[in-house]
Design a protein around this ligand. Structure first.
Ligand code: FES
Ligand code: FES
Length: 150
């Protein structure tokens, strides 16, 4: 069955069973490689995308809920995404880069939903984003640079 939705601002249709996962569709037929496969159970954040403006692990999103949805990957975040990626790089939070797309989606989500965060609130929002290279100190510096505190 074809699923019709918006992907990074363009309409797409992809044939998928209802229980297919968005991550599989993105990295398979849709050839979008920003979201990365990791735990597969919503725990690492490597596959994070936005669905209708909210950051969600794409490994948990079923094709059956995609009809009419607006899906945004790291490639569709525009200037917000570029700003965050530069902040991560400047803070030394990008080593192998495997987690960077998910980190960027999570931080842009925070920037868009928490305009005046309390100290520590942004990093609490990012607790589900794992970095196997141990880049969390760099992430803290990037968040401080972006939010002025963290
Ligand atoms: S692969 Fe989706 S959260 Fe880990
Ligand atoms: S930079 Fe390698 S997993 Fe985060």
């Amino acid at each position: 069955m074809n699923r019709h939705f918006s992907l990074d601002g363009r309409p797409v249709a992809v044939d998928a069973a209802g229980d297919a996962r968005l991550l599989e569709l993105l990295r398979g037929p849709l050839a979008v490689t920003g979201p990365k496969p990791g735990c597969g159970i919503g725990r690492c954040g490597a596959c994070l995308v936005m669905v209708d403006g909210a950051p969600v692990p794409s490994c948990l999103v079923l094709a059956s809920r995609l009809e009419g949805a607006e899906v945004t990957t790291v490639d569709g975040l525009g200037s917000d995404g570029v700003t965050v990626l530069h902040a991560l790089a400047d803070a030394g939070a990008v080593q192998c880069g495997y987690c960077s797309a998910g980190m960027t989606v999570a931080i842009v989500g925070a920037l868009r939903t928490v305009p005046r965060p309390e100290p520590g609130a942004v990093l609490e929002l990012l607790e589900g984003q794992l970095c196997r290279c141990g880049g969390h100190e760099g992430l803290r510096r990037a968040v401080q640079a972006l939010f002025g505190r963290g």
